[in-house]
Design a binder for this molecule. Structure first.
Ligand code: DGY
Length: 339
């Protein structure tokens, strides 16, 4: 009898069922059975003998993990961001790194708009006011005044997939749209009716600023005390990308001292953000626990795509979403093939 062993895939935490089924059809699957993200030591234990690792944004995947996972052929993150993975080191070692772009674009863009609306129109503050029994005057002209979204100038920082989806949604609000990106996207300017400007100019001109850049060495602290001071006192700032891109201490000052009107934050420098984060004391900040992509449809597709990435790599085929195509020069697909 020939013993055909299947590749071993380990998951740091469970993914949604359609994704799990894709993996189980093709591989031996081990899912770490805890809700909390694993410690580094737990990941090290998990990857020993594993051919593939499915991870999430909460796990730092670095040299130590690759050292422990001598057989690792693919690391597949259930996220579009991959700043938690040391990609160059993986490439050097011939490990394929995959991610889940595209399938969460609409959910994330919708949520950026949720925060834009909520912060501009003080929805969370007003909700609390009603629940706290403070609504005693039936109606007043100056109660909970916010700022118009319709007809406002929208400043989009980063016009990748999600930034573009946010722009598409602005059409119905008759907005002037300006954008900044490290590379000017002339190809998009006519198509989307957007105008390029440098970051400082964008911050000066925009009524609403929404951030859609990855976290890299260049984008950490991109929005800081110096440039927050350039913004309009009536402006709203929304971040659904990554914590650390907006300097939280500076943002606190800006909101507290009225340099800007309000902010909407789905991401924080440290997650979960500690309860003593001064930002949480401010009424003009709407916060969420990193849930921009959290719809049933989006998280299901993310799980499926992360699984498919693994199966394709282990089949010696092109995965649908490969971060490091250069890895193919180090370890060609036929050498990775196990299925
Ligand atoms: C990502 O995918 O990078 C998000 O931050 C979580 O969906």
């Amino acid at each position: 009898m020939i013993n055909i062993s299947k590749p071993k895939v380990v998951l740091t935490r469970k993914i949604l069922e359609p994704g799990l089924s894709i993996l189980k059809e093709n591989c031996d699957v081990i899912v770490r059975d805890k809700i909390q993200p694993p410690t580094k030591q737990e990941i090290i234990e998990l990857v020993k003998d594993a051919d593939a690792l499915v991870c999430q944004i909460t796990e730092k995947i670095d040299k130590d993990i690759y050292d422990a996972g001598k057989n690792l052929r693919v690391v597949s993150t259930v996220s579009v961001g991959y700043d938690h993975i040391d990609v160059p080191e993986a490439t050097k070692r011939g490990i394929y790194v995959c991610y889940t772009p595209g399938v969460l674009t609409n959910a994330t863009a919708d949520f950026a708009w949720t925060l834009i609306m909520a912060a501009s129109r003080r929805v969370v503050e007003a909700d609390k006011y009603v629940r706290d029994g403070k609504w005693v005057i039936p109606w007043a002209l100056d109660m909970f005044l916010g700022y118009d979204v319709y007809g406002a100038t929208l400043g989009v920082v980063g016009v990748g997939r999600i930034g573009q989806a946010v722009i598409e949604r602005a059409r119905g609000f008759n907005m002037k749209i300006i954008y900044y990106d490290i590379v000017r996207r002339q190809d998009l300017e006519q198509q989307l009716g957007i105008e390029y400007c440098e970051l400082n100019e964008l911050l000066k001109r925009a009524d609403i600023v929404t951030i859609h850049v990855p976290r890299t060495k260049e984008t950490i602290g991109l929005i800081n005390e110096n440039n927050l001071k350039l913004m309009k006192k009536t402006a709203v700032l929304v971040n659904t990308s990554r914590g650390g891109i907006v300097d939280e201490r500076a943002l606190y000052k800006a909101l507290k001292e009225g340099w800007i009107f309000a902010a909407g934050l789905d991401v924080f420098e440290k997650e979960p953000t500690p309860l003593d984060n001064p930002l949480l004391t401010l009424p003009n900040v709407v916060v969420a626990p990193h849930i921009a992509s959290a719809t049933v449809q989006s998280r299901t597709k993310m799980s499926e795509l992360a699984a498919l990435n693994v199966v394709k790599v282990l089949s010696g085929e092109e995965p649908p979403a490969l971060v490091n195509p250069d890895v193919k020069k180090i370890r060609p697909p036929e050498q990775v093939k196990m299925i």
